[in-house]
Design a protein around this ligand. Sequence first.
Ligand code: MF3
Ligand code: CO
Length: 260
Amino acid sequence: MIYLKTPEEIELVKRACELVSRTMGEVARNVAPGVSTRHLDNIAREFMRDNGGIPACLGYGGFPATLCIEVNETVVHGFPSGYELRDGDIVGVDTVVTLDGYNGDMCYTFPVGDVAEDVMKLLRTTKESLYVGIEAAQPGRRTGDIGNAIQTYVEKRGYSVVREFCGHGIGKSMHEDPEIANYGRRGMGPVLKPGMCICIEPMINLGSKNIVIGADGWTTRTKDRKPSAHYEHTLAITTEGNEVLTTFDYIREALGDRFI
Ligand code: MF3
Ligand code: CO
């Protein structure tokens, strides 16, 4: 069931998105070699709560933390831990906040210190593919148009698309219909309509598309242990096009010249 939102509800989703975006700015300020991923989790949880938000991942289906942490070959849903980030790592940070009953969801993959050029290229291409997907998210078009645009963009550059996880609708729940796959065929899937709020979140691998879910039931890694990147925005479909409700501006502010 796809819930179309009223302008008032979209405003509430936008406020949750503003908070999750500011939270990611706080995280960005703290990403550095030697910092534990648990420290990043503590910062995010406290910042959300200090600003009236609820960390939505914490306890969701048993997920144990505020942030999903994706170091190097981790694709999605990793746990924060005592692991201290190292020079040359990449770390994806994916999180959701609930504010006044509505959710905002975003993800950003950060380079830590000096990262190999081929991995930096994976990050840039994955981020670009998010914007290619957003461009395809026009009213009257279909979810498959988004997936096809992302898949075409990244495969042309030699990367592969994770199939088992996708984007989604969002609102009062963090996951609503429709599913927004990062691959697919044009003209397939539900029609995008004004009032829909969706999350687009390409998960793109340097090597093969295959993944393995760990014994904890969550931590998902690439089968070949090569790096994977993940970026996500929440957006609203409007009559004219779409409005991106989350922003990477706070991350840009925090990182300065290190922003990619
Ligand atoms: N953006 C992630 C998703 O849509 C957030 C997951 S939160 C978790 O799957 F609790 F499920 F981990
Ligand atoms: Co999401």
